[in-house]
Design a protein around this ligand. Structure first.
Ligand code: SAH
Ligand code: MG
Length: 195
């Protein structure tokens, strides 16, 4: 088994929600096609997607933020094992407070669903014009399309927040958004080159 396969098994056994195969392969193809070289990720978990993205080209740099202690430690180990410590920067912090520097070609939001709008607003100033924001899990296991099946109040609130975020993306004057029905649902928003 190679490192990627080991990470997939580890994620499954430990209930870590890494990106589904069709979602991550789509994202990697997108990065390749659009020549994204500096990537900011919100929600590293064990650095599975960070490593997959960094492997697209030899000169890709990924900055990724994770608040959970155990996952951050696992991410550090995996990045070292992958030999990518010089190209993947792991930030151990809450993304609502973390500081980044420089400009990015792509922002990948894959952390707490209820905070997507906050992550977007905090980090979109670091996105170049013409750059992309990819948001994962917008179908939220199918609940977004079928809110009537939800009993729990907490889940209902979560789904409402995701719906609000989708509307926010659709109405954002500086971005054009496309929704892609792959994995758990992905949105790709492009920052307009001109205002
Ligand atoms: N992108 C990863 C999966 C991320 S799972 C992959 O596909 O391989 C989501 C992660 O976001 C979890 O590990 C969780 O701890 C982290 N997270 C959630 N809210 C966060 C926040 N506010 N700041 C930093 N990390 C956060
Ligand atoms: Mg996800």
């Amino acid at each position: 088994m190679n490192l990627i396969q080991e990470m997939e098994v580890y994620a499954k056994e430990n209930g870590i929600p890494i990106m589904e195969e069709e979602g991550i392969s789509f994202l990697c193809e997108w990065i390749e096609k659009n020549n994204c070289k500096r990537i900011l990720e919100i929600g590293s978990a064990i650095a599975y997607s960070a490593i997959r993205m960094a492997n697209v080209y030899e000169d890709i740099e990924v900055v990724t933020i994770e608040r959970d202690d155990d996952r951050f430690l696992a991410a550090e180990q995996n990045v070292r094992k992958a030999g990518l410590a010089d190209r993947i920067t792991l930030i151990h912090d809450d993304a609502l407070n973390a500081e980044v520097s420089g400009m990015f070609d792509l922002l990948f939001i894959d952390a707490a669903k209820a905070q997507y709008m906050k992550f977007f607003e905090r980090y979109e100033p670091y996105l170049k014009l013409g750059g992309w924001i990819v948001s994962d899990n917008l179908k939220f296991h199918g609940f977004v399309a079928h809110p009537e099946i939800i009993r729990s109040r907490h889940l209902k609130q979560m789904v409402r927040k995701i719906q609000k975020y989708i509307e926010y993306l659709q109405n954002h004057k500086d971005y054009v958004t496309e929704f892609i029905d792959l994995g758990d649902g992905i949105a790709i928003s492009r920052k307009k080159s001109e205002k």
